[in-house]
Design a protein around this ligand. Structure first.
Ligand code: BG6
Length: 471
């Protein structure tokens, strides 16, 4: 752990990310009494302090319509604005003066700015002598490919040591995603069967019913591979597949993730299908002849003793039938059918299904005897919604901002992990192949079934159904 921060400096304070995610998260931290430091916004916009406070107020009210006025007031009282151009030395002097005014010795520099600005801001912080008194939080996308991620790392490392670079992947801040770790390693019934001897396949689906929501110019420069596969989904794969960490520290956790990702083969493009929803080309900001994917399905292969031969099928898409993020672990069939004298259907395989989006929870799909004379079985779901059973969860950004202020790197992406994930997807960037059209409101292009070796994608499930006893 590093020393706790005594100030939060928010670059891009008037931007979209601050509006949609950061101010609402700061409000919730304030409401719970967990925010104790001044928040210094830095922005190029020609805004007064009052404009800035009004902007923060409006973004909170939009995200949290019933927000408590007293908590908003306390948060607004923490805000300061440093306004100026990043290329102007005076901006950095004003920032330094503002930090001195607050007697700040250790602060968090949060880069809620376009990635192209990361090097400018990081080196300007060093130029003003401000790099030694804080750590930086960097938003994704962290590079565009392996080479640019390495170059960005080199630039950041020239002014901040690795332990003071916190790379955000907001999936790591989700309690539902972190639960994969806790669920796997707190339940001893899972570990003996969590391997190639019992697991037939693993599927991960990140389905969004929304499209690109006015982010055409940004989205068209990334596509689904860079937007979510390289980061969010490979992080989830790592949590599903990693070995137990040898200890509780951030380093132990990151070491195991790095290890399983380094055992993951670079993508074979024959095991990838890209899709684009019909109508994408008409979105503002999208090139009229764009071949950028809004859908991707891949098969990952992990060359480890635990996982060799077990396919990890991963798909992500926008404009799909419904929104759901789900990981399904499919177990092998029983070695022989004992009770099929009645000619009943072969039982389905057992599944463990983790719901990682809203209504997060877990469902075990097992087999139980069908009522009647015959010894047939059918699916029964043993299921729980975590919010109902355990209480409401905090939002990812609240947890990540808190961690950054506390100096705890556990939920951030370490450099070697980021570089491994780029290595894994690099062939898909070099050789993307065709992009298949699909209609909005479907599950993506039919071609995505081709990578499944004759199987089908599991449809995402809804929330857990209460089980009632039959009269
Ligand atoms: C972001 C992507 O990182 O994650 C978006 O840029 C995507 O395109 C979003 O919609 C999904 O996050 P969540 O938390 O809604 O699953």
């Amino acid at each position: 752990m590093q020393p706790g921060a005594d100030a939060l400096v928010l670059f891009g304070a008037t931007g979209d990310l601050a509006k949609k995610k950061i101010f609402p998260a700061l409000y919730n931290l304030e409401r719970r009494g967990e925010l104790t430091v001044p928040v210094i916004g830095v922005a190029r916009s020609d805004w007064s302090d009052d404009d800035f406070r009004q902007h923060a107020h409006d973004s909170i009210i939009t995200a949290v319509p019933n927000a408590a006025a007293s908590a908003i007031e306390s948060l607004l009282a923490r805000l300061d604005l440093v306004q100026g151009d990043y290329a102007d030395g005076a901006t950095w002097q004003t920032l330094k003066d503002t930090l001195d005014k607050h007697n700040s010795e250790t602060c968090v520099y949060y880069m809620a700015i376009p990635p192209s600005m990361f090097p400018t801001v990081a080196t300007a912080l060093a130029g003003a002598g401000l790099n030694d008194r804080g750590r930086i939080v960097v938003e994704k996308p962290f590079g565009r490919d392996l080479a640019s991620a390495e170059a960005l790392n080199d630039t950041l490392h020239s002014v901040f040591p690795e332990e003071r670079i916190f790379r955000i992947d907001h999936y790591l801040g989700k309690e539902s995603v972190e639960d994969l770790l806790v669920f796997r390693f707190s339940n001893s019934l899972l570990e003996p069967v969590w391997n190639r001897n019992y697991v037939r396949s693993v599927q991960l689906t990140m389905a969004e019913s929304i499209g690109i929501e006015g982010r055409g110019a940004f989205y068209d420069s990334v596509g689904a591979i860079r937007d979510v596969l390289q980061n969010h989904l490979l992080q989830v794969v790592a949590l599903l597949a990693m070995e137990p960490p040898v200890g509780p520290d951030s380093k132990h956790l990151q070491d195991e993730k790095a290890k399983v990702l380094s055992a993951t083969r670079a993508l074979d493009c024959d095991h990838m299908v890209r899709g684009q929803f019909t109508g994408y080309l008409d979105e503002p900001g999208v090139a009229p002849d764009s071949t950028v994917e809004t859908y991707v399905a891949v098969k990952f292969e992990i060359d480890s003793w635990r996982w060799a031969g077990v396919p990890f099928y991963v798909r992500a898409g926008k404009g799909l039938t419904s929104g759901a993020t789900e990981a399904v672990v499919e177990f092998d069939s029983p070695p022989r059918m004992l009770f099929d004298e009645s000619g009943g259907a072969t039982p389905n395989r057992n599944l463990v299904r983790f719901r990682l989006g809203s209504n997060d929870g877990v469902t075990f799909t097992l087999q139980a005897k069908t009522p009647g004379e015959d010894l047939d079985s059918e699916d029964v779901d043993v299921s729980v919604d975590f919010a109902a059973a355990l209480g409401e969860r905090q939002e990812a950004y609240e947890r990540l901002i808190n961690d950054a202020l506390d100096g705890n790197p556990r939920r951030f992406a370490r450099i070697d992990i980021v570089e491994e994930t780029w290595r894994i997807v690099q062939p898909a960037l070099d050789n993307p192949g065709p992009v298949y059209p699909y209609e909005r409101g479907t599950w993506g292009p039919a071609e995505s079934e081709q990578i499944l070796n004759g199987d089908s994608w599991f449809l995402p499930s809804g929330p857990a159904k209460p089980t009632t006893l039959q009269e």
